[in-house]
Design a protein around this ligand. Structure first.
Ligand SMILES: Nc1ncnc2c1ncn2[C@@H]1O[C@H](COP(=O)(O)OP(=O)(O)OP(=O)(O)O)[C@@H](O)[C@H]1O
Ligand SMILES: [Mg+2]
Length: 318
């Protein structure tokens, strides 16, 4: 394999007790997208910070473009782009000024910096807003500007830390399109996300992290096959009925049913006929659900099937 990014046994502890990374290893082949998927506090940003040289690991090593992120930090920095979780644009500068400034920081001539800025503004649909201070931009525009800033030097490897968190569906789609275009032109991308849907759409491979450790990895199809393509949520009047209903499916259903309070969640991987089959099983036992919803699996479903527990966010909410 021709790796653009390699991480081996990365460990990082903050203070005396926060173990943010606990031996994280993975590699990303050139020209592919890796989705680093995990809940709040999993260690995604810490991993990105190590790989982009703003944080030195306590143990383990990593290479980007074959360069060691600690020993060759300067060279690594020159060959990567980073759009962070919190946009790094200067609020008081206009979109165009922001991009020109980045170009000049990277030692482009004034003329080249201007040209690249205008090309990127055009490409990211920001030309009309180019003369306005970034503080007047919407969340989606700001994120596009931030990604544009990461592309000024056309880096072969791009890191995007939660590129679409907090964006509306339209803006999210335009960021997805941008990533797809970049990959089509040969860029290697590592993106972090809390959305299975996003990793599914963009990533060639997914690494699932939890509490500083890799708990699963594979293609989106491989990960989803562990829990079915779709989830059928069946509501019951109370947890006891949900429990009795679940017993009907244990052993006979292709993937194990999950109980969440008075909700029974059944993985569905072969379409409507399987939904019919589920309802027949209930009907034969004289049971009827009080509600029924079909949905895409979420990160939380992947989590539950991998770890037997919900993400901390869900735990906090329930
Ligand atoms: N500078 C720091 N000092 C102390 N603790 C930190 C620091 N940076 C991160 N942590 C802790 O390390 C753990 C991993 O944090 P990290 O930011 O990598 O998670 P994340 O997966 O990016 O989460 P999110 O989805 O919320 O952005 C968390 O418990 C966090 O509180
Ligand atoms: Mg983060």
């Amino acid at each position: 394999m021709n790796a653009a990014i390699e991480a081996e046994g990365l460990t990082k502890t903050f203070g005396s007790d926060v173990r943010a990374l606990n031996g994280v290893s993975f590699s990303v082949e050139k020209g592919t997208v890796l989705g680093l998927l995990g809940p709040n506090g999993a260690g995604k940003t810490t991993t990105v910070r190590v790989l982009t040289t703003t944080l030195v690991p306590d143990d383990g090593w990593a290479r980007v473009n074959g360069l060691d992120v600690v020993k060759d930090a300067n060279k690594v920095r020159a060959s990567i782009g980073l759009a962070g979780q919190y946009a790094a644009v200067d609020e008081n500068l206009t979109g165009r000024e922001n991009l020109r400034m980045v170009g000049q920081l990277f030692q482009l001539s004034r003329k080249d910096a201007n040209r690249v800025a205008d090309e990127l503004l055009e490409h990211f649909d920001l030309t009309e807003a180019a003369q306005r201070p970034a503080k007047t931009y919407s969340g989606g525009m700001r994120r596009r500007l931030d990604i544009a800033a990461a592309l000024v030097v056309r880096p072969p490897v791009l890191f995007l830390d939660e590129p679409t968190t907090g964006l509306d569906p339209n803006s999210r789609n335009s960021v997805w399109q941008i990533v797809e275009d970049l990959v089509a032109s040969g860029t290697t991308v590592l993106l972090t996300t809390q959305y299975l849907e996003e990793a599914d759409r963009l990533a060639d491979n997914i690494v699932v992290v939890d509490r500083g450790a890799v708990i699963a990895e594979g293609t989106p199809a491989e990960l989803k096959s562990t829990l079915g393509e779709t989830v059928l949520d069946l509501g019951f009047p109370d947890p006891a009925s949900a429990n009795s209903a679940s017993i009907l499916f244990v052993g006979s259903w292709p993937a194990p049913p999950v109980i969440d309070g008075s909700m029974l969640e059944l993985p569905i991987d072969s379409g409507p006929s399987q939904v019919m089959a589920a309802l027949r099983v209930l009907d034969d036992a004289g049971m009827a659900p009080s509600s029924m919803t079909l949905r895409e699996p979420s990160l939380d479903d992947v989590f539950l099937s991998l770890t037997g527990r919900r993400t901390e966010l869900e735990e906090a909410q329930s």
